[in-house]
Design a binder for this molecule. Structure first.
Ligand code: PBG
Length: 308
């Protein structure tokens, strides 16, 4: 009877699994703060993607750790960059697997910030060109969707114009529209080696106090041409997911259950304090119930296995 009247259901097709791509071959380096997650060289990522496709998971989102970093984040928009090469390999070897790319500079800058530094702070407008070039290079390599996570103002318009100008008018933009300056990104910064070397990201990511501003950020990104939107993190922002769903009912809406949300559940479960599988399913269900269409989650594989 419970199944008959259940309002919210999870399905593997609504999950997107983040992958961290590193240089080399045969590399599968466990991320200590994220149990079960590893940095993968391209050949290993391809193997992983076969399994992901086999589980019916909706897609992957790629993050890259380049060979070397510099002030100009050149690895982010290099046609032979780590993510660009990974996309080509995955598209060739695992056709049909939806491939999203994270568009940001923090993994590629020597200082770890998401944009170009001028006078000690990130310069919004000078960063837009890097973002557009990254998105174009991803689309050229075969990315199905590009997802800017940098939080510069005007980046969706800049990326849209760049993609259209380069002949990729059919490549959609998934905007990390409401992304907060959150403590829950901690483990990710180990995984992606992207911790800022000075200061923090509060000059471009949002204040966790501001829900109305989140709706404004979403509305602006949609005006600029975003095709899908995201709220990030998920669990501490379920109210804003619900508001976004109600205010923008016709737009595909996602949320990112971020690294810290994942690691907290693992840490508590490792202590025997909560049940891992139930906590995984309950949080994912609540993120869906709040109004998302799909969820970026490090639990994609174990949750998919449980569901099938
Ligand atoms: C890049 C980016 C971050 C995350 C996704 N893209 C880190 C940050 O903004 O500091 C975090 C994802 C996670 O914690 O799982 N800007």
């Amino acid at each position: 009877m419970r199944a008959l009247v259940r309002e919210t259901r999870l399905h593997p097709a609504n999950f997107v699994l983040p992958l961290f791509i590193v240089p080399g071959e045969g590399v599968r380096r466990p991320i200590s703060s994220m149990p079960g997650q590893s940095q993968l060289s391209i050949d290993q990522a391809v193997e992983e993607c076969r399994e992901i496709r086999g589980l019916g998971i909706g897609g992957i989102i790629l993050f890259g750790l380049p060979e070397s970093k510099n002030e100009e984040a050149s690895g982010a928009y290099d046609e032979q960059g780590i993510v660009q090469r990974a996309i080509r390999a995955i598209k060739r070897e695992v056709p049909g697997l939806l491939t999203i790319t994270d568009v940001c500079n923090c993994e590629y800058t020597s200082h770890g910030h998401c944009g170009r530094i001028v006078n000690g702070d990130v310069h919004n407008d000078l960063t837009l060109d890097w973002l557009a070039r990254s998105a174009i290079s991803h689309a050229r390599a075969g990315a199905d969707i590009v997802a800017p996570s940098d939080m510069m103002d005007g980046r969706v318009a800049a990326i849209r114009a760049g993609l259209d100008g380069a002949g990729f008018s059919n490549t959609p933009i998934l905007s990390y529209a409401a992304k907060f300056a959150s403590v829950f990104y901690g483990p990710f910064r180990e995984a992606a080696d992207s911790a800022p070397q000075f200061g923090d990201r509060r000059s471009y990511q949002m204040d966790p106090s501001n829900g109305r501003e989140a709706m404004k950020e979403i509305a602006l990104d949609l005006e600029e041409g975003a095709d899908m939107i995201m709220v990030k993190p998920a669990l501490a922002y379920l109210d804003l997911i619900r508001q976004a769903r109600d205010r923008f009912p016709d737009v595909p809406l996602s949320a990112y259950q971020v690294s810290g949300e994942f690691s907290m559940i693992h840490a508590a479960a490792a202590n025997g304090w909560i049940d891992l599988e139930r906590a995984m399913m309950e949080t994912l269900t609540s993120i869906r119930r709040a109004g998302t269409d799909f969820i970026l989650t490090y639990f994609a594989k174990p949750a998919a296995r449980l569901l099938t």
